[in-house]
Design a protein around this ligand. Structure first.
Ligand code: GRF
Length: 207
């Protein structure tokens, strides 16, 4: 009936995950959803790369996937317009950037203001703008005693939006960028689902 349908709709919180690469953070979200630690609908997994491992992971779990090749559009605006169509069709409440290697443009930002989060592998504002292993190289070569990861709201300011949560790890004697990367990644897989959970429950700054 109508009342039941409304209650059901009120309860479901739809997320889209954007990933360009291997998708271990996506996997962390999938696992949390499947184990019911995270009660959200993983409505869409989007990638700008046709061969992203993230898409394979999504398909393996029966999730809806979308790939759009930005090069096939005349501009970023056209690309994002098309993407927004899919997001609206899926009534997406929150976009999670998990290793998404493309800058979010003004159209997508305007359509989903305060509804896009990103995970970055450093303790922001340290090492803004770095990507992947480069962030850990900077931390190790800079003699940092600790590093970590940050989940933040996405704004026009690259890696500069309001910080929602951070997790720290120590940098130990003998560490290499690779050993630090492994340590940080484990934390990423816990932090991102935890932040999504808070937002979906109406806690925290997002949405
Ligand atoms: C992670 O280190 C994340 O912090 C960064 O990109 C990497 C994505 O890894 N934004 P994966 O594709 O989730 O394995």
């Amino acid at each position: 009936d109508y009342a039941r349908e409304r209650r059901r709709k009120e309860k479901s919180f739809n997320i889209a995950v954007f990933a360009s690469g291997r998708g271990t953070n996506l996997q962390g979200i999938i696992d949390a959803v499947e184990k019911k630690r995270l009660k959200v609908n993983l409505s869409l997994v989007f990638s700008d790369k046709a061969d992203a491992q993230a898409l394979d992971r999504a398909r393996k779990h029966g999730l809806e996937t979308l790939h759009l090749d930005a090069k096939k559009f005349s501009s970023r605006e056209e690309f994002e317009k098309e993407l927004i169509k899919y997001l609206e069709k899926k009534s997406v409440d929150l976009i999670v950037l998990a290793g998404y290697m493309r800058i979010v443009g003004p159209d997508l930002l305007a359509a989903y203001r305060n509804k896009i989060i990103n995970i970055h592998p450093s303790l922001l504002p340290k090492f803004r703008g770095c990507a992947g292993i480069e962030c850990h190289r900077l931390a190790v070569s800079g003699g940092e005693k600790e590093t970590g990861c940050t989940v933040h709201l996405v704004t026009e300011d690259l890696d500069g939006g309001p910080i929602l949560a951070q997790a720290k790890v120590p940098i130990l004697k003998g560490d290499t960028p690779e050993t630090v990367a492994d340590r940080v990644l484990k934390e990423e897989h816990l932090l991102l689902p935890a932040v999504i959970k808070d937002i979906s429950e109406g806690k925290g700054k997002g949405c």
